[in-house]
Structure formats: structure tokens, C-alpha cells
Design a protein around this ligand. Structure first.
Ligand SMILES: Cc1ncc(COP(=O)(O)O)c(C=O)c1O
Length: 441
């Protein structure tokens, strides 16, 4: 059955999210799966693949984890979505506020994009200013116009919108200050993630992933201070760092205090939940009792407080705490990095392919000039032959020693082939098309 053809016929790009599309994988990757369990995906023919995609990083414990499933089933039995707020809704909000020092009020949504856009809208309403500063070393914040218009995907967006979103670079304090001077008293907010693996051009190593930048506490502290001095709302997007860098967020790890934070992805182990949370004085602008004064309409969604996802979130949070998931995942990541880099070094390939980044979120560096995507395609193709899907590295609690050894032994075989091909000055043999780049800012 040609599922790829079928998918492309009924869904633009054949998938929901571009990073799931077939052109982001080597062509020998199955185009469709039936189910996931633990760290594995299964096709309808019961073929089993070790997975590092983990539902686009939304699954931090493992697929179909019994405890999380039970919480979701329980919420279904309660009716899932009620006419008035539910006890589960209150409990989820209180769990967040108790856990995150910088969050005094919270609003739920289903997607990360909606949460980040909500944060931006809230900052604009609070400051009554229109411009947005966003860090250009971070590839994605939202599918909404304010963000996409600042990338090279401009179709479908009125031209006038893009002028309100201004890019600044990670580590570039002088550049940031200059922008604030240029748009004096017109900037509502600054949006960024805590870490980056992309090299802030002309200031560092110019490579991706950058060997020198992963997170920079001094820079983050400076950003916080600059925002405070200029009355700019500091928005930290923790979609990726949340439930990975630290259970209390990267903001806790780096000791910073954003005004508003956004979370999603792994917080409910694959169930659809995101949230915007922040300081009461800002979040209160979104209260209906203030809307008469402000005419401000914030996030409002029928399914925003759906109990299935919120109860899955509470169960996920408790599971992380009880099993120290963050620490365990970091240990796995460190072992994976060390093992992979040893193989690469032993084969004399450390300048061509290596594993960089933080142990909680390692990144493979395909350092092969304009052939980097070809090298990535070849590596992914060889890993698929060993039943491993590794488009990026998202570690879950269910990735254990067995999975580590399987990954390292498959990597050894793949890297051996790469080394041999390069030594003979031959082309890497790829079946089908090379992986396509998605985004450039
Ligand atoms: C940092 C960041 N923010 C926001 C989003 C959007 O999240 P979602 O796909 O849930 O809308 C993503 C998605 O990849 C992301 O990586």
C-alpha cells in the first residue's frame, strides 16, 4: 500500500507539522506508523523501530505509559469537558503555580504556537506598544503571522505585519541595545528560548550546532536586566527546554525571572496541552473584569481545559518527580554523546560528524559544508536499516541501556561506511532524495 501517496493526496505536505513530512527523513523511513510503546514505534506489519523523534519531542517518559494512560482514561470517565471549570483544571493550574517561581497565574491552550502568540498579545495589551523583539537564533515560536512574517515564509501574510517583528541575535548585547534605542518606547516584548545551538554569526564558530553556545547564563541575565530597564515584557519560550532542562524549567536552572513563560511539548507526555503563565500584574490584564477597561480579549478556547490532557499533565508531572526523569534522561544523553563521539574520533571523523549540545538534548553536528544535509540523509538511511529513527535526539525515560547499546552499535556501522566512502573520495550513496531544509530566518 502506498501510504505516502495517500497521505499527500489528503494532507498538504502529507503530515501535520512540516518536521513530520517525508522530505525530513531518509526515503527508507516508513511513511506511516500504527502505534508507539516506550521508546519504540511499530508499523502495521509489527516492524519495530527505536525512536528518537518521540512525537516531535512531546513524549518525555515514553509512548503509551500506563500511569499517564490511566490518568487520561479517568478524565474521560469524568466527562472530559464540562460547562464550568473542573476540579482537574484547578489542580493543574495549582500544580503549575506551585512548581514555577515566576508563574502566579496561568492559562491553558492546546498548542505551543497558540501559547506563544497569546503571550505576545498579552504583552502588547499590557504595555500598549506594538513592536516585538525575537531571537533569530531560535528557529520557531509560532505559526502565527507575527512570527512567520519574520522568516522567509511571507506568503499569505499582509506586508504591514512583518515590520513589527524585529530580529536580534543570541549573545549580541550591543545589537540588542541598539535595537531598543532605535525603536525607543515602542517595544512591547522580547521573545526567546533559554538555549541555542545555532551560532550567532560573526561572534562565534559559525557552525551548526555551535560548539561554543548552548546556553549562556550571563547573556540571559543581561536580557532580563535590559528588559526591566526598558519596560519590555520578557517572554521565555520553554516549549523545548520545559521538562527537559529542569522540572522547574530552564528559568530555574539559569536563575532568571521571565515576566511570561510558555510551555508545551513534553509537559503532558504527548497529550495536547500548552500554557501561558506569568506575573499576576500582567496576567490580570487578561481577566474579564479588566476587559471592560481595556477591551482586551486573550486566549479563549472550548477545548483549552479538556480534562484528558490536564490529568495527563498532572500524572506526567508526578511521574517526573517520583522517578527523577530529568536526571535519568541527562545521564542517558551524556552516555550517548560520549559513546558517539568516541566512535567518531576512533574512526577519524570527529571533524565531520559529532554530537554536541547539552546532555538533556544532544544534537548531531553534520559538519560537511554544503553537503551537510546529504551526510545527514545518509546517516539516517543507515540507521533506519538497523531499525532506528533519529531525525533529531529526543530522549525519553524509556531509553535505557539496551537502547543506548543498539544506537551506538548502529552508529558505529554507519560511521564506518561514511569513513570508508570519504577515504575513497566517493559520493555517499543515498536512495531517493536528500533531506530538505525547512526554515531559514
Ligand atoms: C520553541 C517552540 N515554540 C513553539 C512551538 C510551537 O509548538 P506547537 O507545534 O505545539 O504549536 C515549537 C514547535 O516546535 C517550538 O519548538
Amino acid at each position: 500500500m502506498d501510504y505516502l501517496k495517500k497521505l499527500n493526496k489528503v494532507i498538504p505536505s502529507g503530515a501535520h507539522t512540516y518536521s513530520r513530512a517525508h522530505d525530513q527523513f531518509s526515503s527508507n523511513t516508513p511513511s506511516i506508523f500504527k502505534r508507539g510503546k516506550g521508546a519504540y514505534l511499530f508499523t502495521e506489519n509489527k516492524k519495530k523501530f527505536l525512536d528518537y523523534g518521540m512525537g516531535l519531542r512531546s513524549v518525555g517518559i515514553g509512548y503509551s505509559e500506563d500511569k499517564i494512560n490511566r490518568a487520561a482514561f479517568e478524565a474521560i470517565k469524568f466527562g472530559n469537558n464540562l460547562t464550568k471549570p473542573s476540579h482537574i483544571e484547578l489542580m493543574a493550574a495549582e500544580t503549575i503555580i506551585k512548581n514555577f517561581k515566576n508563574i502566579e497565574m496561568v492559562k491553558f491552550a492546546k498548542h505551543g504556537s497558540v501559547a506563544v502568540t497569546g503571550a505576545v498579545k498579552l504583552a502588547r495589551a499590557y504595555t500598549k506598544k506594538e513592536y516585538i523583539l525575537r531571537c533569530s537564533n531560535h528557529p520557531f515560536f509560532s505559526f502565527d503571522d507575527w512570527f512567520i512574517s519574520s522568516t522567509n515564509f511571507k506568503e499569505g501574510i499582509p506586508k504591514s505585519i512583518s515590520r513589527y517583528t524585529i530580529n536580534f541575535r543570541y549573545l549580541d548585547v550591543v545589537g540588542l541595545k541598539n535595537l531598543i534605542k532605535k525603536y525607543k518606547n515602542q517595544i512591547s516584548c522580547l521573545v526567546m528560548e533559554a538555549s541555542t545551538i545555532s551560532c550567532p554569526t560573526k561572534m562565534c564558530c559559525m557552525k551548526f550546532p555551535c560548539k561554543n553556545v548552548s546556553s549562556n547564563n550571563t547573556f540571559l541575565k543581561k536580557v532580563e536586566q535590559i528588559c526591566k530597564e526598558n519596560k519590555i515584557v520578557f517572554i521565555l519560550d520553554e516549549m523545548i527546554t520545559g521538562f527537559r532542562w529542569d522540572l522547574k524549567g530552564a528559568q530555574h536552572l539559569y536563575n532568571i525571572s521571565p515576566d511570561i513563560s510558555t510551555f508545551g511539548k513534553a509537559i503532558a507526555n504527548g497529550f495536547s496541552m500548552s500554557f501561558v503563565g506569568g506575573k499576576r500584574k500582567i496576567m490580570e490584564v487578561a481577566s474579564l473584569k479588566n476587559s471592560k477597561k481595556n477591551n482586551f480579549f486573550f486566549l479563549s478556547s472550548t477545548h483549552g481545559a479538556e480534562m484528558v490532557s490536564l490529568n495527563a499533565f498532572i500524572a506526567t508531572f508526578n511521574f517526573y518527580k517520583k522517578n527523577n526523569v530529568i536526571k535519568k534522561n541527562k545521564i542517558f544523553g551524556q552516555k550517548l554523546k560520549d559513546g558517539f563521539n568516541k566512535i567518531s574520533k576512533d574512526l577519524g571523523l570527529e571533524e565531520v560528524i559529532s554530537m554536541e549540545g547539552l546532555p538533556c538534548s544532544p544534537v548531531i553536528n553534520y559538519n560537511f559544508g554544503d553537503q551537510a544535509l546529504k551526510l545527514k540523509t545518509f546517516f539516517l538511511q543507515e540507521m533506519i536499516k538497523k531499525n532506528i529513527i533519529i531525525p533529531w535526539i529526543s530522549i525519553s525515560y524509556r531509553h535505557g541501556d539496551k537502547e543506548l547499546n543498539k544506537t551506538l552499535s548502529a552508529s558505529f556501522e554507519a560511521l564506518k561506511k561514511i569513513g570508508k566512502t570519504l577515504k575513497l573520495k566517493k559520493n555517499l550513496l543515498i536512495k531517493g532524495e536528500s533531506i530538505k531544509p525547512i526554515f531559514t530566518s
